[in-house]
Design a protein. Structure first.
Length: 124
């Protein structure tokens, strides 16, 4: 699987890091993790889970019958856990770099021409 991960993939793996979950639980957890910004539709979620399973990152943990319907619980594999750790570290370093640069940021000054007059749009 390519990194950096797309946000939905990252959040699905993050949701599964705590414990195995079934599809509807994953939809709710991803919404919570994204603070409501991302709302996965069932077709999108199950397509993602199929791809993640094909890549060896998640697997079916167990299947339960609830109200006569099969409910699959998914869990991270060791490979999925390692990918999530690596991606989390990559993102942590990126946030650290941005935070450092923002803290070091100098106030911007308007661009001026040779006479000292401020130029429209800052273009000389």
């Amino acid at each position: 699987m390519k990194t950096p991960l797309q946000e939905p993939t990252f959040l699905i793996l993050t949701a599964l890091a705590r414990a195995p979950m079934h599809g509807y639980g994953l939809i709710l957890e991803v919404s919570e993790l994204s603070q409501g910004r991302l709302s996965l539709r069932p077709g999108t979620l199950y397509g993602s889970l199929d791809r993640l399973a094909d890549d060896g990152l998640v697997t079916v943990d167990r299947t339960e019958i609830v109200d006569g319907r099969a409910r699959k619980y998914y869990r991270l594999t060791d490979q999925g856990t390692e990918l999530l750790r690596a991606e989390t570290e990559r993102m942590r370093r990126a946030v650290e770099a941005a935070t450092t640069r923002l803290a070091d940021q100098r106030p911007s000054r308007p661009v001026t021409g040779p006479s000292g007059a401020q130029l429209a749009g800052g273009v000389a």
